[in-house]
Design a protein around this ligand. Structure first.
Ligand SMILES: Nc1ncnc2c1ncn2[C@@H]1O[C@H](COP(=O)(O)OP(=O)(O)O)[C@@H](O)[C@H]1O
Ligand SMILES: [Mg+2]
Length: 317
């Protein structure tokens, strides 16, 4: 059967980086995978920062010398020379206006040249939206913006960096996503966190069951991040044991998750430099690590996409 006339006109898959726990590497993996896909694999990327903490935005602003107008105004005039003003923000969308904004109101272009590297910046002010958010309007705003403005046609990948809370941000991200990736640190509560996340996904699908009758949202896999675990042999063994016990835990077995073979390597540079990106350095060990993760990510995605096409084909028949 031909692909013509299918609803699948969009190009980019939308992928959320999420976990109900903070500090597990959601932001770091989101930006490293996205940036490596752009620089090494020549893919066009749109990052969306839906976390009110806006860490992804801070690190990309640092790297590309950007600031929003109000912070720019606070600089001394000699400091201003280095900086470009960025007025785009996800606030425009989440504050719940009736009309879907234009791409230029939201999307900042980080790189002038192809392939595109773009960002919908987060904004610390979104913290204040939480109390008076407009419910389902805000929860559907991102999905609606991407669909109505045909955003996915402009990119190979759209990556959403999520906060560690079950809030309207999470729902907005999930409503817009095709897949999600779960970065996981190693501690005794990791199992509970992953289980909780799956329950959240279940509840979002259930609350929006009409939309999810036709919409697909699937866990792409779990990526382990050793965080506090350095390369010391004893500690790596401990890490490996704990990782195995998470994988074989009774609570998680039923989900049949995909666990990335490549784990994220510990890199002390992240703590030192906000705008640090692995592959801009000459550090072979870490370059190879992120490249392997990206290759595995691409493999996994093409497997899931082909499975999805098969399912759609059999529905069409
Ligand atoms: N593999 C790693 N090696 C070293 N530091 C890391 C690693 N992953 C994350 N970090 C650091 O740990 C902290 C939390 O990571 P982050 O990506 O912000 O987590 P989250 O988005 O889940 O809250 C950050 O300071 C980050 O730089
Ligand atoms: Mg984060």
């Amino acid at each position: 059967m031909s692909n013509e006339g299918k609803t699948e006109s969009k190009k980019a898959k939308v992928i959320s980086f999420i976990n109900m726990k903070g500090g597990v590497g959601k932001t770091t993996l989101c930006r490293e995978i996205g940036y490596t896909l752009n620089k090494e694999f020549k893919k066009s990327i749109l990052f969306i920062d839906i976390d009110p903490q806006a860490n992804l935005t801070q690190s990309l602003f640092e790297k590309y010398n950007l600031l929003p107008q109000d912070l720019f105004n606070d600089l001394k005039s000699d400091e201003q020379k280095e900086i470009k003003i960025c007025n785009q923000s996800i606030n425009v969308l989440l504050s719940g206006g009736q009309v879907t904004p234009e791409k230029d109101d939201l999307i900042a272009h980080l790189e002038e040249n192809n392939p595109k590297l773009d960002l919908i910046p987060g904004d610390l002010k979104t913290v204040f939206l939480e109390r008076n958010n407009t419910g389902s309007i805000a929860e559907n705003s991102l999905d609606k913006f991407i669909a109505k403005k045909r955003v996915a046609e402009d990119y190979d990948f759209i990556f959403i960096d999520c906060p560690p809370t079950y809030s309207f941000y999470t729902t907005a991200a999930f409503n817009a996503s095709d897949y999600y990736i779960v970065p996981v640190g190693i501690d005794p509560y990791s199992v509970l966190g992953i289980d909780l996340l799956e329950q959240v996904v279940f509840s979002i699908k259930d609350n929006n069951w009409r939309a999810f009758e036709t919409k697909h949202l699937e866990n792409m896999g779990i990526i382990f991040n050793p965080l506090g675990y350095t390369s010391n042999a004893t500690i790596s063994r401990q890490f490996s044991n704990q990782k195995d016990s998470i994988i074989s835990s009774e609570k998680l077995k039923k989900y049949q998750f995909y666990y990335f073979r490549n784990i994220f390597t510990y890199n002390s540079k992240y703590k030192e430099e906000l705008g640090y990106f692995n592959i801009d350095s000459n550090d072979n060990k870490h370059n190879n690590n992120i490249n392997s993760i990206v290759l595995e990510f691409l493999d996994r995605l093409s497997f899931l996409n082909s499975q999805l096409e098969d399912t759609n084909d059999s529905k069409d028949r």
